[in-house]
Design a protein around this ligand. Sequence first.
Ligand code: ZN
Length: 144
Amino acid sequence: METNEEKQLKLDKRYIRMAGIWAENSYCTRRRVGALIVKDKMIISDGYNGTPSGFENVCEDDNGVTKPYVLHAEANAITKIARSNNSSNGATMYVTASPCIECAKLIIQAGIKRVVYSEKYRLEDGLELLKRANIEVIYIDPNE
Ligand SMILES: [Zn+2]
């Protein structure tokens, strides 16, 4: 018999792999990040890093530097919920890179309670902020 923890880990691995596939939608060439928001076993939102709606789908300027108005995958997933009838309150976010501090703030204010991520980033301040807000933070190696 599988324990609830084992079942949850299996689901977490599947969703994080799906977030990885979703990241392939990104037009950004430097880095592609995907995010899913799951609540009650339903995907209620998704996002990948990219420019705002209506802007050309190019993330980097001529020098290869990311444009300042590119939204991170987490911000795109959270703001997509703002345009829907769903609520992210109590949801889990799956994101292929550990959230930066700006996205961590949005995750806290969106009422997200768990964050599962699959790639460590050099800066840990986003993760630290999430933990301070009592959000469960889980790292999963998608290749395991
Ligand atoms: Zn971010």
